[in-house]
Ligand binder design. Structure first.
Ligand code: P6P
Length: 327
């Protein structure tokens, strides 16, 4: 971890990746380059978001994505920018995006990795200036190198992720990721154009008092969730729900808390997407000492069957997630 590597806060992402890679003599640098490509896309999207209000790229685009959700212009820009950065980086042979039904083949058939991503989650918040985020999940391909990527590359299951993370476009822009050994956070320094290590070896508080849920659907939630929320209110816990998953998750990661998106009548499978929302955030939660379950077992143990399948999710501080299940 960064602790063992004795990396000082303030080191750039590039240097952090280089020094982390040096700790793995057999690493050949492709994953390192892939992480740099993701950071580059994040910088570009950050710039687009910051000027969205000034240039006519905020608001709806008048089209729907595969989810049937109204696409915001920045959704499309973010999708294009990520695909281009990963294609040009050369390490990724294929991408699965929330914005596209099928696998996007990059033409890099020699690439060892595939990426599942939500290029801009919470985008309905864009034109009201609420924080939004990118979520990404990285697998080593299982299909033969130099051939086209296949469904199996993306349906390996959450425990097969080699890395995952998110970019939060908030009051500051942060990249938070893990390659399996600890979770580290990098804050974007606009003057340098660099992500700087600001949150080394993030360990999520074991417990907390913040719960994040859409209270408006409470009558639709399963009984155990209603019981848990009643207990939260009896204990005068703090309700914090931004309506932007990455922002809610990040606050709870640092302060302690639990995010709940249960199944409802409207969304019997839950709302959040398994491959590019639940798995990557569950990976970060577990690697920082937290938990992520679907109400029956660990999110990361769910066997995936389709690209855009949904799952209920209870995600965050381990004691709080356990308390949900005790109900
Ligand atoms: P609801 C945004 O659309 C999103 O996917 C997450 O970012 C957010 O936490 C959730 O949906 C909000 O959903 O049903 O409460 O509006």
């Amino acid at each position: 971890t960064a602790q063992e590597l004795a990396l000082p806060v303030g080191v750039t992402l590039d240097r952090f990746i280089m020094l982390s890679q040096s700790a793995f003599p057999y690493a050949t640098g492709e994953l390192s380059q892939l992480l740099r490509d993701i950071a580059l896309a994040g910088k570009i999207i950050n710039r687009e978001i910051n000027r969205a209000g000034l240039v006519d790229i905020a608001g709806g685009n008048g089209t729907d994505n595969v989810q049937g959700e109204n696409q915001q212009k920045l959704d499309i820009i973010a999708n294009i920018r990520f695909i281009r950065a990963l294609k040009n980086g050369g390490e990724v042979c294929a991408i699965l995006s929330e914005e596209d039904e099928d696998i996007i083949h990059t033409g890099n058939d020699h690439g060892k990795y595939v990426v599942a991503m939500d290029p801009l989650d919470g985008s309905s918040n864009i034109d009201v200036n609420v924080s939004i985020g990118t979520i990404f999940s990285i697998y080593r391909r299982v299909s033969p190198i130099d051939g086209p990527a296949t469904r199996e590359d993306f349906l390996q299951g959450g425990r097969k992720q080699v890395a995952a993370g998110y970019i939060l476009y908030g009051s500051s822009t942060m990249l938070v990721y893990s390659t399996g050994d600890g979770v580290n956070g990098f804050t974007y320094d606009h003057s340098l154009g660099e992500f700087i290590l600001s949150h080394k070896n993030i360990c999520s508080p074991q417990n907390g008092t913040i719960y994040s849920v859409n209270d408006g659907y409470i009558n639709d939630y399963p009984a155990f969730v209603q019981q848990y929320l009643t207990k939260c209110k009896e204990k005068s816990c703090t309700a914090r729900y931004i309506g932007s998953l990455v922002a809610d998750f990040h606050r709870n990661l640092l302060r302690g808390g639990v995010y709940l998106y249960p199944s409802t009548k409207k969304t019997p499978e839950g709302k959040l997407r398994l491959l590019y929302e639940c798995y990557p955030l569950a990976f970060i939660a577990e690697k920082s000492g937290g938990k992520a379950i679907d109400g029956f077992g660990a999110i990361l143990d769910i066997i995936p069957t389709s690209f855009h399948q949904r799952s209920p999710i209870y995600l965050g501080s381990s004691t709080m997630v356990d308390d949900v299940m005790k109900c």
